[in-house]
Design a protein around this ligand. Structure first.
Ligand code: IPM
Ligand code: MN
Length: 360
């Protein structure tokens, strides 16, 4: 398969983890005989430092003529503490999501058996955790009208959803549930918010077309609690933009490190893949960032294009590094391995994929 892949490494540790993700893609290319054409462009604070725009027009144009986007991370502390700042690095990511109409953000959360002791939660609680969050990504309070009164002392952000915005992601979530354990939990705040009541009615109606999937509902406050009390009860979680943002960070600690979790953001035309962690500016340039979330984002990219064997080869290679303890210090404080060691090891295991492909 021939794929044009736009690389947007972004800020902080983004470039380091994307370098390793690309070397894994190159290993897949060699072993399985594909052709991946890479082109890189700036985004976020890195782009702002050279021209002020967190999403330059050329970067957006590159994404639009690519088959997929591989994104690193965004954010720089020098822009965080200035409430008057008109432009922020994060706007680059938000605009990209909107322009590419990436309405569905898919964030899987799994506990790797070899890392069960790394979790802040007891292993009896997290055993068997395997769920995926479908977070709506281009609507809700993130994109509703923002207002500030003339005297500057009152502000509002509008949370707005249309039936169409809810139903397109709901269908994707139900289809995913059909292929998994057939359970879908809609997370909302329908006891308070009108927009949540619309979500409930639209999703309840759509559920009739997926009779094999059991639909249940949770208020977001209770969902936050249930994720910690009993995470293995979840299969597919469907929710709006901001609730999904918050719950996915919460979910990410269950497995022991936010450095492990990948994500896909998909729409009708475009698809983007990125680790869910941030730019970790304190770690930038130190060769300590965990590249696994970026590498598993590559696995999601391959899966998106139907390349199942290739996806499995990457996942197996990641599991090998976890089993053999070739991990960064976030997973083992005594580890002597850096971002590049872990990335090279995983890429080399993909190269060996043929040796173990037939074994299980
Ligand atoms: C995420 C991030 C972004 C979000 C920020 C950087 C705008 O937290 O991808 O979860 O809030 O969506
Ligand atoms: Mn977030």
């Amino acid at each position: 398969m021939k794929l044009k892949i736009a690389l947007l490494p972004g800020d902080g540790i983004g470039p380091e983890v994307i370098t390793q993700a690309v070397s894994c893609l190159q290993a897949v290319e060699d072993i399985f005989g594909h052709q991946f054409i890479f082109a890189e462009a700036p985004v976020g604070a890195t782009a702002m430092d050279n021209g002020g725009n967190p999403l330059p027009a050329d970067t957006l144009a590159l994404c639009k003529r690519s088959d997929a986007v591989l994104f690193g991370a965004i954010g720089d502390p020098k822009y965080d503490n200035d409430p008057a700042a008109k432009v922020r690095p994060e706007q680059g990511l938000l605009k990209l999501r909107k322009e590419l109409e990436l309405f569905s953000n898919i964030r899987p959360v799994q506990v790797f058996p070899t890392l069960i002791e790394n979790s802040p939660l007891r292993k009896e609680i997290i055993n068997g955790t395997d769920f995926v969050i479908f977070r709506e990504l281009t609507g809700g309070i993130y994109f509703g009208e923002k207002k500030r009164s003339e005297d500057g002392r009152t502000a509002s952000d509008l949370c707005i959803y249309s039936e169409e915005e809810i139903s397109r992601i709901a269908h994707l979530a139900f289809k995913a549930a059909k292929g998994r354990r057939k359970k879908l939990t809609l997370v909302d705040k329908a006891n308070v918010l009108e927009s949540s009541r619309l979500w409930r009615s639209v999703v309840t109606k759509i559920a009739e077309s997926y009779p094999e999937v059991t639909l249940n509902y949770l208020f977001v406050d209770n969902a936050a609690m249930q994720l910690i009390l009993n995470p293995s009860q979840f299969d597919v979680i469907l929710t709006e933009n901001m609730f999904g943002d918050i719950l996915s960070d919460e979910g990410s600690v269950i497995g022991g490190s936010i450095g492990l979790l990948p994500s896909a953001s998909v729409g009708e035309k475009y698809a983007m893949f990125e680790p869910i962690h941030g730019s970790f500016p304190e770690g930038a340039g130190k060769n300590i960032a965990n590249p696994i979330a970026a590498i598993l984002s590559v696995a999601m990219l391959l899966d998106h294009f139907g390349l199942k064997e290739e996806t499995n080869a990457v996942i197996k290679a990641v599991n090998r590094s976890l089993k053999d303890g070739i991990v960064t210090p976030d997973l083992n404080a005594k580890s002597k391995y850096g971002t590049d060691d872990v990335g090279h090891f995983i890429a080399s295991q993909i190269t060996d994929a043929e040796d173990y492909r037939g074994l299980n």
